[in-house]
Design a protein around this ligand. Structure first.
Ligand SMILES: [Zn+2]
Length: 261
């Protein structure tokens, strides 16, 4: 029998649309869920629709969604889409064409869209962008530094992927000009004084960088470094850190404009 999402069971604490029973012949190992009135936010405005979603593990894309006036109509829509996808001899493209024939978005994460049936699936290896190491640090990367997350994790905790991610942040911080403190050789407990000292040193490294480059960053003279971090919530975090250190922040509007702005 088809696997129905637990939130459609009557006893579930957040039970929703639990009186509906699927009517189509979905495969036994296929998970399904639905909603009698979900809001869809699109470029041309938002609308409310019933929808039905299925996650079959076969030749189809693996994520099937149908919409309609009612849940049953949405399920019928999803079922027709699944039939089309599973029978298709797919031809995958990283950059599908839009309905008007122009090139659509390029998927760099390995995702591909079948130009015959429209299915989406991860079928390629991700594209590695040349020069990506020199891109501005993102808000989450800077937060990773200032929170002291670059230290080694507890034994066995650290997968190859997170070690690689941390190494990448360290290299990118160095290229950007942030001078990080020496990293502890092993994991440190969150409440330990050594951990606090390391976090403080990491925050100081970012603050030091910020003090030197503040005018340029705030005046938008260097788009490459004007990352979301320095323009968003993290900026206030650094400003707070300046105050904590007794440095009086200057009103950005009174600072010299950079030649490019
Ligand atoms: Zn196809």
């Amino acid at each position: 029998m088809v696997k129905i999402a637990s939130h459609h069971r009557p006893g579930h604490p957040l039970a929703k649309d639990s009186d509906y029973t699927p009517v189509c012949l979905w495969p036994d190992d296929c998970c399904v869920q639905w909603d009698g009135g979900g809001v869809v936010i699109g470029r041309e405005g938002s609308y409310r629709t019933a929808f039905f979603e299925a996650f079959p593990s076969d030749n189809s894309g693996g994520f099937i969604r149908g919409e309609g006036e009612t849940i049953e109509a949405a399920e019928g829509d999803a079922y027709r889409r699944w039939q089309k996808e599973r029978a298709c001899d797919h031809a995958w493209s990283r950059q599908p064409r839009k309905k008007d024939g122009t090139a659509g978005s390029l998927y760099t994460n390995g995702g591909g869209v079948c130009w015959k049936c429209g299915a989406f699936k991860t079928v390629f290896k991700p594209l590695v962008e040349l020069g990506s190491y020199r891109k501005p640090l993102s808000a989450s990367e800077i937060a990773c530094i200032t929170s002291g997350y670059l230290i080694p994790m507890r034994d066995g905790d650290e997968g190859a992927d997170s070690a690689k991610y941390h190494r990448r942040i360290e290299l990118r911080a160095k290229l950007c000009g942030i001078v990080l403190p020496a990293k502890p050789a092993a994991y440190l407990d969150y409440r330990s004084d050594e951990r606090k000292a390391y976090e403080e040193a990491c925050m100081s490294a970012v603050v030091d960088y910020y003090i030197v480059h503040r005018a340029r960053l705030l005046n938008g003279g260097d788009e490459a470094l004007l990352s979301s971090f320095l323009r968003s919530f993290a900026l206030s975090g650094v400003e707070r850190a300046l105050k904590d250190r007794g440095i009086k922040p200057t009103d950005p509007s009174t600072m010299n404009q950079s030649p490019n702005s």
